[in-house]
Structures are given as C-alpha cells and as structure tokens.
Design a protein around this ligand. Structure first.
Ligand code: BGC
Length: 697
C-alpha cells in the first residue's frame, strides 16, 4: 500500500526514472493489466479527422497510436507518431474548447536527405524532429524508414535512404541518434524485406540467406549496433514463407540473440494477425490493437503454462519503454516547437541534399537578377513530400514560383496558377473516402502548353527553367509509366528547349520527384539538370539557393538512375502480388553493373559541383581533398572494395585552395560475423510456397 501511494505521488511529478523499475511495476500487474499493456491503441494517423469509435479520445490528434495506461499504478499512456520527414499529427486541434494549430516542419524526405551523405546533417534534422515531437507531447517517432531501395518502383522509396546497405545503416543510425538525443524514442522500420507496396500485407519476399544478410538485414544491424533505437517495427510482409511479425528466427534469434538488441519490438499497424504467434516470435507491443485482440490474448495466456512468461517478457519491455519516455518523466507538452529555426534548417538541409546531375557549359548557377521563364506544373505547386504515413502537415510550402525573384511571362504564369487550382488536373490517389485523404490529393498532371505562351515568356527571359514533378507514397507502387515521361512532359521539354536554343537561352530541368525517372532520352535537350527530390516545405527557396549559387551543390545519388528499368534485374520480379522472388540476389542497384559493360543514366554516387576537387590517397586509406575550383564547396569521399562501397565521408565547406584529410575510420562498420550466420538459414529459391495467411481474426 505504502509503495502504491509512493508511485501515485511520483506520477503527479512524472514517474521518476530510476526510482521505479520495470520489474517492480510488473510484479504488481494483474494478468488483465499485462494484456492491456502489450496491446496498443491506434489508427490515429489513418483516420485522423474522422470519428472512429474504437480509436477513443486521442491524446494527440492525428498521432498514429498509444500504449494504454494502468492508472492504478500510475503507468501513463505514451504516444507514437509518424514519421520519417517530420512529425505527423493533425494540424488543427482542439484544446480547452479552443482551436489551435499544431503544424510541424516538413523536412526533405528520406531519399532527399540521404543524398547529402552527411550523417551530421541527419542527426541535426533528427534532433529538430525530436524537439517538435516533444513539444507536441509525442514520446516515440515511428522513423526512420530504412528498407533498401531494391527497385526504383517501390512507392515508399521516398521515405528510405539508399540501395546500399552501409549507407542506409549509417544514415539511419544518425537519424536515430538525433531524435533520441531529445529524449524521444524511434522505431526503425519496416523489419524486414518490405521492399514493395504491392500486396504488402500478404506478399512473400523470397530471399536467399546470403543476400538477406549482406543487403537487406545489414542496414538494420548497423543502426541497431550504432544507435540503439528504442523500438523496432516488424513489417507487414512475409519472408521466405513466414510472416515477419511471426518469425521467431528474425525477431528473436537474429535481432536479439545475434545483434543483442535490448529494446522493444512493435508490429506495423495491421488487422491481419495471429497475436499469439506474434508474441511468441518476439513482438512486445501489438499495434494498433483493439478490444477483440485483448480478449483473445486474455484467454490464450490465462494459464502460466500457456505462456504467462512470454506475456511477462512483453509487458516488462513495454514498461521499460514507458519509463524512458518524456511522459513518464513528467514533461509537459509546450505546444511550441522551434518552428522558425527548423524552417531554416529544412531549407539548409534541402539545399545540401540536392544533386546537380549535369551542368553543360556552366549553365548553372545563374545570377539572382536573371529573368526566368518558368515551366512545369510543379514549379507552381511543389511536390514537397510523399503521401501516406510519411506525409507531414506543414503550415506552408514554398514553390519555385514564390521563391524566384524575377519570373517573366505573365500569361504563362496565370495559366499555370489556374491549372494548379483545378482538382481535375491531379493524378487521383487510389481508393476512396478516408483512403484518399490518407493518400493525399495527388500531384498535378502536366499542363499542355500553347506555343505562344512559350514564345511570349522566352522573349523576355534570360533562362528557361522546366520542372518535372512526381509524387509517390504508401500503399501503392510506382508503375513503369511513372518512370517514363508523359507525352505532355516530353512536349514541354522539347518545345521549350528548342525555342530557348533559338534565342541563345539555356534550359535547366529541375526534377521534383520521389524516385528515379527516365532521363536518357531527353537530357541532351537541356543544359543542366538539378534534382531536388521532394524537398519539404522550404523546397522552392532551397532550390533557388542552389540555382543562383548561394549554395554550391554537394549532394550525390544514393541510388542508381538506370537508362531503362530493364537494366535492373530486380525489375523482372518486382510488384508481384503474392510471391516476390529476389532472384537477382545481390545484383541490386549499382551492384548489378559490376563486371558488365552497361552504364546507368546516372550512377550511384554521382553528383556535380560548381567547384572542382582533387583527391590524394595517403597512408592508412586516408584521403586529402583539395578544393581546386574558385567557389567554396563540399565534397563527398567514397571508399570502395571490389566495386562495393565500404566507407564514405563528407568534407566541411572548403574555401578555394583549402584541403581537408578524411579517413574511412569515420564509417568503420560495427558488424557481426555475417559468414557464420549466413550458413544457418536454408536458401530459399524459386519454388512457390503456400502463403501462410495466419490471421486469427
Ligand atoms: C505504416 C508505418 C506507419 C504506421 C503508423 C503503417 O501503415 O506502414 O510505416 O508507421 O502505419 O501510421
């Protein structure tokens, strides 16, 4: 009794971490309460804005889920929110009967940030996301998304970092360190082999063990060993015939026994489940959870011989997680994150991440005074991010048309603005009702151009700028036609570049895309190509920083841009509904080109600068980088072995003539003995297996 009073007292001031430990709390929980702890509550982000009875009253509207409180013992409910490009909550909330805004900063999406190759930058962005989460009362951010980019067509690639496991692992570890430095937890996801959206709830990724360890599990291993994420999210898909959420081999033997992971495993948000099997496999927290699942579990684990110990293990891990949180420490949500500073950071991070794909005859940068004829629908309606759980409700976004100081061609601009207002010109998101809301309103299709609009604009311009836009997101993959340009986009590039050339004007293409697109057939039409990805809310301003030379581009591709999709062997087995054979083994991305004569349109690691750099190899694999150009700039150094990336580092901003020595010990890999592990798992190949539906409800 005395102890209970003490606990209640502690709750009033927050649970004092260290003063209460998980085991003493666990010893006081009833069977029912343990079940209550391991079954979460959620669907908040999906149904945000709708009144769904089983969601209950949301602590933070729009957050993805919660753990349940045990009030009797002062155990609080903790809140989880997406996601990878910033905090995903409902922007307009009600507090004390009054409406208040709760916008978050939309940072550049994962594939954009990753192109910076700058772990310090990812850590900084992570800390800012952590700060916003904390200010809004969120305890765990469901990020980073760190599946490998097996194919350019995966709909969620925009959330992910790279086709290379080392780079992915290092960048994800940096993001985790950043977020967790603010006392907010993370969830590295989606563990594992969730490399496509097609059939994501039932698709079976069939991967041989060598490939599994060297490519698909390696990033997770690196992140776990180097950043100790508070949680790991088990994915929706199956792996070699078994649901990852039900795989004891994956969630316990590999994750905990081999990699010594000490945190909590939660399931990705699913209705299709066998809770008993999920728990037996090593999931501690079942998300999003519902009352029926609780009832089933209470029955299933009623007798200790039926698994009370397993339930204890899960409940203990949930308690350990809860005790670490800001909520348990009694921190109040201020509702006031540092949005102004974070907007500056979002702009800097975007500009540092853009990739200058080519720059013929120094077409870029142009001067801030240059008069720009601006083409392309997304110049006027930037694709700031992706759709689904990686979307962020930002207060605003800056379009290129807002940020460029001197746009010419009044008629052209008016036509584009009219086009951008019409909903009929948008690529419709799949689904209906709440699904459409979840998937977003879709990117603008390209506007067919009248020749006289082009001529009028170019007559008074110094430069032609043409933006190509693409948006992708959760729940569906890109199609091969999304990789290709549309007829309207092709016509636009052809007509504009031809008219511009006749006037002696350079044409610059800006790619505002969520993944690789086809470039081989049209890039000769333009003088420069700047890849800005989905750059977040400050995207237009950041793009102008690079276009006008205020920032020297230093981003590099973290994935291959193939000439055509068929050049990547993964294309043959991508997007199958039931079973996906990873028959290409480790021939993923740039690895598929090793020892062949084929060349990609733009290679992994490619990126130009307005400056030039010299690399000299010193002893101990150190490299001295000298800026040999006339502008300050940054340079990325990569170490390779047998055609595979083994290390990377980025210089600080080097003045012309300045030199910096970099060593690859900065990226030394803390990794287990893969060879030993590889031999353990049966190699699965092409033979189809019956898909284990495994759902008990
Ligand atoms: C996504 C996760 C996300 C979760 C919660 C799922 O549909 O796959 O990435 O964190 O929803 O919103």
């Amino acid at each position: 009794m005395k102890y209970r009073c003490l606990l209640l007292l502690l709750l009033l001031h927050g649970l004092a971490v260290g003063a209460v430990d998980a085991d003493s709390l666990l010893s006081q929980l009833t069977h029912k309460e343990k079940v209550r702890l391991v079954i979460g509550g959620g669907w908040g982000s999906l149904f945000s804005g709708f009144n769904i009875p089983f969601c209950g009253k949301q602590k933070v509207p729009g957050a993805a889920g919660v753990t349940h409180a045990v009030k009797r013992l002062g155990i609080p409910s903790v809140v989880m929110a997406d996601g990878p490009a910033g905090v995903r909550i409902k922007p307009i909330q009600k507090k004390d009967g009054r409406k208040q805004t709760a916008y978050a900063t939309a940072f550049p999406v994962g594939c954009c940030l990753a192109s910076s190759w700058d772990t310090a930058l990812l850590e900084e962005v992570g800390a800012a996301i952590g700060d916003e989460a904390s200010a809004y009362g969120i305890d765990i951010i469901l990020s980073p998304g760190m599946n490998l980019m097996r194919s350019p067509l995966c709909g969620r690639n925009y959330e992910y970092y790279s086709e290379d496991p080392l780079l992915t692992g290092k960048l994800a570890a940096a993001m985790v360190r950043g977020i967790q430095s603010m006392g907010v937890g993370t969830s590295v996801k989606h563990f594992a082999c969730n490399n496509q959206e097609t059939g994501r709830m039932h698709n079976d990724s069939r991967v041989d063990s060598a490939t599994l360890f060297s490519l698909y599990l390696r990033p997770f291993e690196i992140a776990i060993r180097e950043s100790a994420p508070w949680t790991v999210m088990s994915s929706y898909n199956l792996l070699n015939g078994e649901r990852t959420q039900e795989s004891r081999w994956l969630l316990t033997e590999v994750l905990r026994h081999r990699w010594h992971y000490r945190g909590l495993v939660m399931t990705d948000w699913t209705f299709r489940r066998n809770t008993r099997r999920q728990i037996a496999a090593g999931n501690d927290l079942m998300m999003p959870g519902d009352a029926l699942q609780r009832r089933q579990l209470r029955r299933a684990f009623r007798k200790p011989e039926n698994g009370e110990n397993m339930l204890d293990t899960c409940a203990r891990r949930v308690l350990q997680l809860v005790l670490k949180t800001r909520t348990a420490r009694g921190l109040q949500a201020t509702g006031e994150p540092h949005l102004k500073e974070h907007a500056q950071l979002a702009r800097r991070a975007a500009a540092e991440s853009f990739v200058l794909l080519h720059n013929e005859g120094g077409a870029l940068p142009f001067t801030p005074e240059a008069r720009v004829a601006l083409f392309g629908a997304s110049s006027y309606d930037l694709v700031a991010g992706g759709t689904g759980s990686g979307h962020v409700n930002a207060a605003y976004k800056i379009n290129l048309s807002d940020a460029l100081p001197h746009c010419v061609g009044a008629r052209l601009q008016a036509e584009y603005r009219r086009w951008a207002q019409g909903n009929t010109h948008r690529n419709k998101a799949a689904g209906f009702g709440f699904m459409q809301k979840f998937l977003g309103r879709g990117a603008l299709k390209e506007m067919p151009l009248k020749p006289k609009w082009i001529r009028e604009a170019l007559d008074s311009a110094d430069i032609a700028l043409v933006t190509v836009g693409r948006q992708a997101g959760e729940g569906r993959d890109r199609t091969p036609s999304d990789f290709e340009l549309t007829r309207e986009e092709r016509d636009m590039l052809q007509q504009v570049s031809q008219e511009a050339r006749m006037r002696g004007i350079k044409t610059v293409a800006v790619l505002n895309v969520s993944g690789a697109i086809e470039t081989a057939s049209w890039r000769h039409l333009v003088d420069a190509v700047l890849l800005i990805w989905c750059p977040g809310q400050e995207g237009g301003a950041a793009a102008v920083d690079v276009l006008t030379g205020a920032v020297n581009p230093s981003g590099r591709l973290t994935m291959t841009w193939p000439e055509c999709l068929e050049d990547l062997p993964s294309t043959r087995h991508f997007g199958d509904e039931r079973v996906t054979l990873y028959a290409e083994r480790d021939s993923v991305g740039y690895r598929a080109y090793i020892g062949t004569k084929r060349r990609p349109a733009y290679a992994f690691g490619h990126g130009c600068s307005y400056s030039t750099f010299r690399e000299e190899l010193l002893e101990d694999r150190q490299i001295a980088v000298t800026n040999t150009g006339s502008r300050p700039g940054r340079h990325v150094v990569m170490w390779w072995k047998n055609g595979v990336l083994t290390g990377f580092a980025k210089t600080r901003l080097l003045a012309p003539g300045e030199c910096q020595v970099l060593g690859d010990e900065q990226t030394a890999v803390a990794i287990g003995k893969e060879a030993e592990i590889v031999s353990e798992r049966v190699v699965v190949d092409a033979a189809p297996v019956a898909v284990n539906e495994g759902a008990d409800q």
